[in-house]
Design a protein around this ligand. Structure first.
Ligand code: PBG
Length: 329
């Protein structure tokens, strides 16, 4: 007796493995998150995100040119604003000369073809560290959506190609789409964080932007009334379908690795491009383990990125983008 089918024939050498490989990650797949701060000549490492930086606009310009030359063509922009500019309504987010608006212009001047997507949520601008307006211990849904729509228009006006609402208010995609249309931004896209879970993997990001919910009486201590319960899957499909119906061009699952079952389900259900956000905690875990010599950084990184794409992601938002290009050699 012998096995009629020997699957190992297709694994016998690197050449045959390459020939039959089903999933290949390329530089085209990446969306590169960047953190911007006020000032000049600032490039500060984020404590809980080794080798990842917040940078002032002059450094941003250099970084963007470097990314472009590396073949990385899409950026997801976040800003860290000074505490003195924060309030409950995220007023600073609408400042036409605000940090986000200047960052968009800086990138478009330096590198016009670089695709710019902007984070739309109140948390970096909120004195309470919430994605929406807080009142009586609640996050106000519809009032927040109105601010997000104004914020989106302001980003479009500054030159953003896509806005990326990361807040999880109900109905905000429609409110944003209508506001963009009303202002004539017919071609500004929306990448919706459609299935965004209330995850402890966001910790390092909240350090990066100093955007964690504050510990004050009558302010919710977490984001569980708007971000999704990680125990749920049907809800992810419902959320995603809703955002598509409201006008989202691209949908997203976030975080990545612990949610690849959701990625596959959504990929099978919908036909718009699907992004996956490999979040800060996923990045920092691997950096920490490899610093200790416990994991092979590059091998684990490639395995994770490939798994995300294999699960069905068309776009990967990842802090590993430059590391990935480096290992391509
Ligand atoms: C908030 C926002 C978060 C991230 C992106 N946008 C954090 C949060 O919801 O608290 C997390 C990204 C990451 O962890 O890398 N609007």
């Amino acid at each position: 007796m012998y096995p009629l089918i020997r699957n190992r024939r297709l694994r016998a050498s690197e050449s045959i493995r390459k020939l039959v490989r089903e999933t290949i990650v390329t530089s085209d797949d990446f969306l590169v998150p960047l953190f911007v701060v006020e000032g000049k000549n600032v490039k500060e490492e984020i404590l809980s995100m080794p080798n990842y930086y917040r940078m002032s606009l002059d450094y941003l310009e250099k970084e963007v040119k470097e990314l472009w030359h590396m073949g990385l063509c899409a950026i997801l922009l976040f800003v860290k604003v000074d505490d003195t500019l924060k309030d409950n309504k995220g007023t600073e987010a609408l400042n036409t000369d605000g940090l986000m608006q200047r960052a968009i212009k800086t990138i478009k001047n330096a590198c016009p073809e670089m695709l710019v997507m902007t984070d739309v949520a109140l948390d970096p601008f909120s004195s309470y560290g919430h994605d929406g307006i807080v009142a009586d211990g609640q996050i106000l849904n519809d009032e927040t959506s109105e601010v997000l729509a104004e914020m989106s228009v302001s980003h479009a006006l500054a030159g953003a190609d896509f806005v990326a609402p990361s807040d999880m208010m109900d109905g905000r995609i429609l409110t944003i789409r209508e506001a963009l249309e009303d202002e004539g931004f017919l071609n500004t896209g929306i990448m919706s964080y459609s299935a965004k879970y209330a995850s402890a993997f966001y910790g390092p990001f909240r350090d990066a932007l100093d955007s964690a919910p504050v510990n004050i009486k009558n302010v919710p201590k977490n984001k569980k009334t708007y971000q999704m319960d990680y125990a749920n899957r049907f809800e992810a499909i419902r959320e995603t379908q809703m955002d598509i119906d409201e006008g989202a061009d691209i949908v997203m699952v976030k975080p990545g690795l612990a949610y690849l079952d959701i990625v596959r389900e959504i990929r099978n259900e919908v036909d718009v491009p699907l992004a996956v956000y490999q979040v800060s905690g996923e990045y920092s875990m691997l950096k920490a383990a490899s610093e200790k010599g416990w994991l092979d950084h590059d091998a684990v990184m490639l395995e994770q990125l490939t798994a995300i794409k294999r699960a069905g992601a068309n776009i990967i938002a990842s802090y590993f983008a430059k590391d990935f290009i480096r290992i391509l050699g």
